[in-house]
Design a protein around this ligand. Structure first.
Ligand SMILES: [Fe+2]
Length: 273
């Protein structure tokens, strides 16, 4: 049994950015002559087809469900999509889902997320792993100390239930860390023209983050946010970002990932839609 991982459906992003200087050529090519929202919905329908043709145990959405939380049409379109799905879908928020300004997590943004999608951090067991779902915007916006420490406390209390060495898989929207060498392998030392420090936690924050887990084995962290596929690592933790269901921003197409655990071996292949 496997998990379907989708991320960055980001409904509304194509329309919002189709005339932007940076993204217009990329988006126009991606649209294949469809209207922006039509293309985004077509991709959601392709995901529905993948769900119907497979036997997934459950689905994870790694965040940026919609592009703007005040566009009720985009939210309704996404809800129509999940209403057609019979299996569980576990969401985690992206930066676009927890603030009108995607760089700033806000109370109204958190309320929007909690009201529509439930808890923004939680955990459950799967195949001997503990799966931990986190709101990574709380690390990016750590100056909001109250919400930052509330989630840290959740992690500490959750880990107390497990023996040292427990194998963990974390799902969250932002990668906590990206090793520059892994970008260089892709022929660039920047992502979307921005230094990699823009895309991950600050050093103090990712150091504290990984220290929380020092007695446990965080085998994998699955993320979205980058709109490209990227594999990197921090010590023994593999960090795997998946391209978007919506607008892709690099050379990788729109798509999804299947996480499979068979014969004690975890695979995580990406598929184009
Ligand atoms: Fe994002």
């Amino acid at each position: 049994m496997s998990i379907l991982l989708i991320t960055d459906t980001q409904l509304g992003m194509a329309l919002k950015n189709v005339n932007s200087e940076q993204w217009s050529p990329k988006i126009l090519k991606w649209l294949e002559n469809l209207e922006p929202s039509e293309k985004e919905l077509q991709n959601l329908n392709k995901i529905l087809k993948v769900i119907n043709e497979n036997n997934f145990e459950f689905i994870v959405h790694a965040g940026d469900i919609v592009n703007e939380i005040d566009k009720s049409n985009d939210l309704n379109n996404y809800k129509n999509f999940i209403n057609k799905i019979d299996i569980d879908i576990h969401h985690i928020p992206g930066n676009h889902d927890v603030g009108l300004d995607p760089n700033n997590l806000s109370k109204e943004g958190l309320d929007f997320y909690n009201k529509n999608f439930g808890k923004d951090f939680y955990n459950f067991s799967w195949n001997g792993f503990e799966l931990i779902f986190l709101n990574s915007s709380k690390f990016m916006n750590y100056s909001n100390q109250e919400v930052y420490f509330e989630q840290i406390e959740f992690i500490e209390n959750t880990l107390k239930n497990f023996s040292p060495g427990k194998r963990l898989i974390i799902f969250m929207h932002h990668p906590p860390f990206i090793d520059k060498k892994d970008i260089l392998k892709m022929g660039s030392d920047r992502i979307h023209e921005k230094d990699i420090s823009y895309w991950m936690f600050e050093e103090k924050i990712y150091t504290d983050f990984f220290n929380l887990f020092e007695n446990y084995s965080v085998d994998y962290i699955f993320t979205g946010h980058l709109h490209i596929n990227l594999e990197t690592h921090f010590n023994d933790t593999k960090i795997i970002a998946t391209s978007a269901v919506g607008v892709p921003l690099g050379d990788d197409p729109s798509g999804y990932r299947i996480i499979d655990f068979e014969n004690e071996n975890l695979s995580y292949n990406f598929f184009e839609i």
